[in-house]
Design a protein around this ligand. Structure first.
Ligand code: ADP
Ligand code: MG
Length: 350
């Protein structure tokens, strides 16, 4: 980390656009029968069956969404795919194809893009999605990546943000706050590195949370688990901006209120210990830290026996009438209104 491990630097101008695209995409194989034609024509051809199609896009800008001084390009490629797949899974859909568009400045050698695409390929292989196209252009300074993901879902299985109803249970997958605390550690080490570049940090105490930040996993497994358990959530959203902001999205879209229990919020021990070290409240981190890419959903009470005791799913609250409002019930049993403090795309530093 923090080091240029790949000393070879081939200028992009040596290849030209077509050779570059070829070079970067030649390793990718088509896995889905729904991909009729992938890269290589003016447009890809897909045959997406009788199910409904979901499509989602994310745009990532260097200096705004990622910092290459501590994000290895391979991880960036992987994460850029995850961010999109997570949105597909949040619809209860199966991801099938992606397109990847990049703008690069001449600051980036071919080897840097090879790293980026290695991460994209690892993600595509693991999650079984086909890379079917994209665009390549130049930028004056930083790196820009835009990924679009497509998926399919039977029309009776699609889950929107709008279906939550009073008395449903509020359920979250995995644990929260790790990605944010991983970022805090990386930011701190970056400052240390600036002062003393010889000093390679020992990050062994923070492996889980750094992994949560650098290599998040979209919860495809949770969508498959729900299907296996025969549970269709009444509403669902992925946690990109922090629990409180996603709770608000579900409530607004479903016109309901929610009670969320502080003592039920799942936290990894490493999140708790790092919060203590940084003197940050772990509940605040779970509520307002982003990028965990877990799934937040509501389920009907009748489905509770099906999920009860499952280590991947935690009941953290319940749905109320809209007039009830949105509250965190604290450990001291006081009710605090939930307000959006999540990461704001228009003002990321705040
Ligand atoms: P056009 O000029 O018609 O947009 P391009 O030369 O940009 O075509 O693209 C040629 C093929 O390569 C298309 O299939 C396109 O989708 C694909 N492609 C271009 N850039 C990328 C990229 N960065 N990643 C993956 N596929 C790409
Ligand atoms: Mg093009």
């Amino acid at each position: 980390m923090f080091e240029d491990k790949n000393p070879q630097r081939t200028p992009l101008s040596e290849l030209g656009e077509f050779k570059l695209i070829d070079h970067l995409t030649t390793q990718f194989q088509i896995q889905k029968t729904s991909t009729v034609k992938g890269i290589g024509d003016d447009a890809a051809i897909l045959d997406l069956s009788d199910d409904q199609t979901v499509i989602t896009t994310d745009l990532l800008i260097e200096g705004v969404h990622f910092d290459l001084s501590y994000v290895p390009l391979k991880h960036l490629g992987y994460k850029a795919v995850m961010v999109n797949l997570s949105d597909v899974y949040a619809m209860n859909a199966e991801a099938s194809q992606i397109t990847v568009s990049i703008a690069v400045s001449n600051r980036f050698p071919l080897e840097a893009l090879e790293e980026l695409y290695a991460g994209i390929k690892t993600a595509a292989d693991l999650y079984k999605v086909d890379l079917v196209g994209g665009d390549t252009t130049s930028s004056t300074s930083g790196l820009i990546i835009s990924i679009t993901a497509l998926g399919t879902v039977a029309s009776n299985k699609v889950v929107q943000r709008s279906g939550a109803k009073p008395n449903d249970l509020l359920v979250v997958s995995g644990d929260l706050g790790g990605a944010y605390m991983g970022l805090q550690v990386l930011e701190r080490e970056k400052e240390v590195f600036k002062v003393n570049p010889q000093n390679q940090p020992d990050l062994s105490m923070y492996t889980y949370i750094i992994e949560r930040q650098l290599k998040p996993e979209a919860r495809k497994d949770v969508v498959e688990l729900l299907d296996k358990l025969n549970v269709k959530p009444t509403s669902m959203i992925d946690i990109s901006d922090g629990l409180s902001s996603e709770v608000i999205h579900l409530c607004k879209n479903s016109q309901v209120g929610m009670e969320l229990y502080e003592n039920k919020i799942p936290l990894d021990p490493q999140v708790i210990s790092t919060c203590e070290e940084f003197n940050i409240d772990s509940t605040t981190v779970a509520l307002n830290g982003g990028e965990d890419y877990e799934l937040l959903m509501t389920i009907d009470q009748k489905d509770f026996p099906k999920i009860k005791g499952n280590p991947n799913l935690t009941v953290i609250g319940y749905v109320t009438e809209e007039a009830g409002g949105m509250h965190l019930v604290t450990r001291a049993e006081t009710k605090v209104p939930i307000i959006a403090k999540g990461w704001n795309a228009l003002n990321p530093q705040s």
